[in-house]
Design a protein around this ligand. Structure first.
Ligand SMILES: [Zn+2]
Length: 82
């Protein structure tokens, strides 16, 4: 991973952004719409560590829920948004 990749991994994910999930749930890898995870655990975590935003991922076609409480490092904003 080069410096450029590392820098881009810090890009902010906006709610509704199309992202590619590449985290630990390999069966779930793919494209999703990212939203801030609304669960109680993530809201509490964010209050303690404001930089640790977690995401819930929605299937962009049928809006079925995908992985939730996903770390920022497990998703990359898709080029398809640009
Ligand atoms: Zn959560």
């Amino acid at each position: 991973m080069g410096e450029d990749t590392l820098f881009r991994s810090l890009d902010l994910i906006e709610p509704g952004d199309l992202v590619r999930y590449h985290g630990s749930l390999t069966d779930a890898h793919g494209l999703y719409l990212a939203q801030p995870c609304p669960c109680a655990v993530c809201r509490l975590r964010l209050r303690i560590t404001p930089t640790d935003t977690r995401y819930v991922l929605l299937d962009p076609w049928d809006e079925m829920p995908g992985p939730q409480c996903v770390r920022r490092a497990s998703i990359t904003r898709s080029d398809a948004c640009n």
